[in-house]
Design a protein around this ligand. Structure first.
Ligand code: ADP
Ligand code: MG
Length: 296
């Protein structure tokens, strides 16, 4: 009985790590995801990009089993996602209540619940797993701090430690880099790379197309429907970006150059490469515009 609580369902490693088959999610009048079909292999590292409201968070909720699609199926190594211990989910920061009085170690220990079962107290091996996970992300000395005292980058590191302590095999991170300074972004990207090398399948939502194209081997471009999935050079084409961003993207041709300007989408988050349409007329922004050049 307890063993049933402790262990995740056996995985069939011959099956895709994640598979979505015709997944449609609606919230009352809104269609958030429409007929999304996707297969990920173990160890895939994917940036999920698309405009605000494209359904990125909804996709993660569907994969984590928090939201049940009205149509279609989600499978993780062939199993239904609900309560699946091997899925580590890092929510978008704006959705986290940082006033909640818990310490860093408590947050990471929450990742152990699935390994422990719900009916026993943490054992020494659980405390050791928490300590090791915090050390791995460089947050060992913050174990006793309240989460409300952390910077954005430190908080993301703690969430990564929770996924490590959980021994997650699938990691879903919803905009972990939004609002972080560049050094913190690099630390988080480095940690994601290390986790992925352990065979963990990783999905990271991002609204930074340049960073996604430079840092991730696979890009999933979403706007309610799946527009394209594959390596950056295949996905980040002008046609695909126009299809995903529609009226929010502007193609500017000058000579042989082609520049894409995206509307700033996420109010509050710092997205230096994403410019409001009106900035396009400001010469001072030209250098930034050049960064939006799509691969050919
Ligand atoms: P993204 O993460 O790409 O910004 P979301 O998945 O958050 O997109 O949202 C997709 C669409 O679904 C949006 O139109 C959003 O307003 C709507 N939506 C998301 N969550 C809810 C909800 N809980 N209730 C109603 N509508 C929602
Ligand atoms: Mg979102």
């Amino acid at each position: 009985m307890l063993a049933g609580l402790k262990k995740s369902p056996p995985h069939d490693l011959a099956l895709p790590a994640v598979s979505l088959e015709g997944v449609t999610v609606r919230y009352e009048q809104t269609v958030a995801l429409e007929q999304v079909t996707l297969r990920l292999r173990r160890g895939d590292c994917v940036a999920v990009v698309g405009p605000n409201g494209a359904g990125k968070s909804t996709l993660f909720h569907a994969i984590a089993g928090v939201v049940r699609p009205q149509e279609g199926e989600v499978r993780i190594y062939g199993s239904q996602p609900g309560g699946h211990i091997c899925v580590g989910y890092v929510p978008q920061r704006k959705g986290v209540d940082l006033r909640f009085p818990v310490t860093v170690a408590d947050v990471v220990m929450m990742g152990r619940v699935g390994q422990m079962g719900f009916l026993r107290w943490p054992a020494r091996r659980d405390h050791e797993a928490v300590r090791a996970a915090l050390d791995e992300v460089g947050m060992g000395e913050f174990a006793g701090r309240q989460i409300g005292e952390l910077s954005g980058g430190q908080l993301q590191r703690v969430f990564l430690a929770r996924a490590l302590a959980q021994e997650a095999e699938l990691l879903l991170m919803d905009e972990p880099l939004t609002g972080l300074d560049l050094p913190s972004q690099e630390v988080i990207l480095g940690l994601i790379g290390r986790i992925q090398q352990h065979g963990v399948t990783v999905l990271v939502a991002s609204h930074d197309l340049n960073q996604a194209g430079e840092q991730f081997p696979l890009i999933l471009l979403l706007n309610r429907r799946l527009i394209a999935f594959g390596p950056p050079e295949q996905v980040l084409t002008t046609a695909n970006l126009l299809s995903a961003y529609g009226s929010h993207i502007h193609v500017v041709r000058s000579g042989t150059e082609e520049l894409l300007l995206a509307d700033s989408c996420c109010g509050g988050g710092s997205a230096p490469q994403q410019l409001s349409a009106s900035s396009a007329t400001q010469p001072v922004m030209q250098e930034t515009l050049a960064e939006m050049r799509p691969p050919r």
